[in-house]
Design a protein around this ligand. Structure first.
Ligand code: TMP
Length: 212
C-alpha cells in the first residue's frame, strides 16, 4: 500500500473495556498534541453520524434488534466507509486519535460466541494502526466507575468475556497501560508513548494493512 517514505500522520487507536477511560484520555491527548503544533483529529467508532452508524446506535440503545452477525458486519462497514478518508488524512500529515477500532469489533462480537476468525475476516485490509493503546482495567473496577450508561453491552459478565477476547488480539503494535492508576499518571504515560509514534510516522513509515 505504501512504498513511499513521506512524512505522514499516525493512526493511534485506543481500546479497552467500557468505562476504561478511553474517551477522556483521547480528549486530553488531542489537546496536548494540538498544543505542540501537530495536525490532529479525534475520531471514534462506531461513528454514529453516518446512516450505518445510526443503525448501530439504535441497536446499542436497544431501540432495534439485529442478528449478531448482522450487527458485526455493520460495525465493520462503519469502519470501511471511513477508510479512504482515513488514508487521505494520514497522508496529508494529520494524526488520527481513534476511540475504538477493529479490536472492539472482534472482542465484543466474539464474546457473544461468534467464531473469532469469522469476526476478524471483514476487518482485513483496513488501515493498520501504528499504535494501539490498550487501557487495561479489571471489569469489576470498570463497573464501579460511575456505573454503566445502560447501553446493550454494559454488563459486568459480558465485559469479563470481552476482556478475555481482547487478550487474544494483542500484537506488537499494542502498548498496555494500567488504567487503574490515577488519571494524570495514565495521561503522562499515554503522551510519551504516542509522541514517540507520531515522530516515527513523521519520519516516513509506510501505511500498512490490518491482518493481511
Ligand atoms: P462506545 O461506547 O465507545 O460508543 O461504543 C459502543 C459500544 O459498541 C461499546 O460497548 C463497544 C461496542 N462495539 C462493538 O461491539 N463493535 C465495534 O466494532 C465497536 C467499534 C464497538
Amino acid at each position: 500500500m505504501g512504498a513511499d517514505n513521506e512524512s505522514r500522520g499516525a493512526l493511534v487507536v485506543f481500546e479497552g473495556l467500557d468505562r476504561s477511560g478511553k474517551t477522556s484520555q483521547c480528549g486530553r491527548l488531542v489537546s496536548y498534541l494540538e498544543g505542540l503544533g501537530h495536525s490532529v483529529e479525534l475520531w471514534r467508532f462506531p461513528d454514529r453520524t453516518t446512516s450505518v452508524g445510526q443503525m448501530i446506535s439504535a441497536y446499542l440503545t436497544n431501540n432495534s434488534q439485529l442478528d449478531d452477525r448482522t450487527i458485526h458486519l455493520l460495525f465493520s462497514a462503519n469502519r470501511w466507509e471511513k477508510r479512504s478518508l482515513m488514508e487521505t488524512k494520514l497522508k496529508a500529515g494529520t494524526t488520527l486519535i481513534v476511540d475504538r477500532y477493529s479490536y472492539s469489533g472482534v472482542a465484543f462480537s466474539s464474546a457473544k460466541g461468534l467464531d473469532f476468525e469469522w469476526c476478524k475476516a471483514p476487518e482485513i485490509g483496513l488501515i493498520a494502526p501504528d499504535l494501539v493503546v490498550y487501557l487495561d482495567i479489571v471489569p469489576e473496577k470498570a463497573a464501579e466507575r460511575g456505573g454503566y450508561g445502560g447501553e446493550r453491552y454494559e454488563q459486568l459478565e459480558f465485559q469479563r468475556k470481552v476482556a478475555q477476547r481482547y487478550k487474544l488480539l494483542e500484537d506488537s503494535s499494542w502498548k498496555i497501560v494500567d488504567a487503574c492508576q490515577p488519571l494524570e499518571d495514565v495521561e503522562k504515560q499515554v503522551k510519551e508513548i504516542v509522541l514517540e509514534h507520531v515522530m516515527t510516522c513523521q519520519r516516513g513509515k509506510p501505511v500498512s494493512s490490518l491482518w493481511s
